[in-house]
Design a protein around this ligand. Structure first.
Ligand code: GLU
Length: 280
């Protein structure tokens, strides 16, 4: 097997904490131990939550940890036109539709329906805007109503010649089942692209062959594998890792009050201490 190309792909919505350090070290070690490549990607397509100063801090914190990366850092907000092209490719094949629903509309619709199906991410989008007529759609677009772009999941699956499989390292290939996610958003209302589109596009163009990331993203792999098939991109090997927990067993998520690497550093913790905590 060729040495892997791995990546660390944080979103600059805050400072890195130990959970990120673990994810970054895992990807870096897998590449370096095998003579492969380790790439860094800043996933900053969410204009409301991402900040350039956090992106700069990420680079600094990784350098402090002693990690080096190959080639330039890829910054997703500099590639929005590429994601628009991907959406166009899917739209031309009739696989996307505009969705004008607000969150409140969706919640209302779900509450009103007796048996609202649930997907792995919560209630599944009921498909309201899929049912709009061509005239209704055109009128709302012409009126400039804000809209997201959703994948028509049933139509997308119908284009596949057969079942899809996804490979998690050390396990036999698993049959991919994206249907329970329903009509996922592929183009957000506020920006071109979505997490699913940007991550799969970039993994493909950056030649990532081994995706290491936390296990909370494992379900999304079903959607990613479908996009890879629809867009004729290669499918990397996946290796999802456990989430780092604190002394009380609580997971160290970005949104909890986990200490950032900068706070630990200010408190006198060294990069060697952090790396030792993450030694396998
Ligand atoms: N940008 C994502 C995050 O910070 C990770 C994406 C991925 O590894 O697939 O949670």
């Amino acid at each position: 097997m060729n040495p892997p190309t791995t990546r660390f792909a944080p979103s600059p919505t805050g400072h890195l904490h130990l959970g990120h350090a673990y994810a970054a070290l895992t990807a870096w070690r897998r590449a370096r131990e095998a003579g492969g490549r380790f790439l860094l990607r800043i996933e900053d397509i969410d204009p409301a939550r991402c900040r350039p100063e956090f992106a700069a801090a990420i680079l600094e914190d990784l350098e402090w940890l002693g990690l080096d990366w190959d080639g330039p850092v890829r910054v997703q907000s500099q590639h929005l036109a590429d994601y628009a092209t991907v959406l166009d490719r899917l739209a031309t094949r009739g696989l996307l539709y505009p969705c004008f629903c607000t969150r409140a509309d969706i919640a209302h619709e779900v509450a009103a329906s007796a048996a609202a199906p649930h997907g792995p991410d919560g209630p599944r989008y009921p498909g309201t805007c899929r049912l709009l007529s061509a005239d209704q759609r055109a009128a709302r677009l012409a009126a400039g109503h804000p809209h997201a772009l959703r994948l028509d999941m049933v139509a997308a699956l119908a284009t596949l010649p057969g079942p899809l499989f996804v490979t998690e390292e050390g396990e036999p290939p698993i049959r991919c089942d994206p249907a329970p996610f329903g009509d996922v958003v592929l183009g957000r209302k506020d920006t071109l692209g979505s997490y699913h589109v940007c991550v799969t596009h970039d993994d493909a163009v950056q030649g990532i062959t081994l995706v290491t990331r936390a296990t909370d993203l494992r379900p999304a792999t079903h959607i990613h594998r479908l996009l890879q098939a629809l867009l004729h991109w290669p499918s990397p090997l996946y290796a999802h890792h456990g989430l780092l927990t604190d002394e009380t067993g609580q997971r160290l998520a970005k949104r909890t009050h986990a200490a950032s690497l900068r706070k630990l550093r200010a408190a006198g913790i060294t990069a060697a201490d952090v790396r030792a905590r993450m030694a396998r």
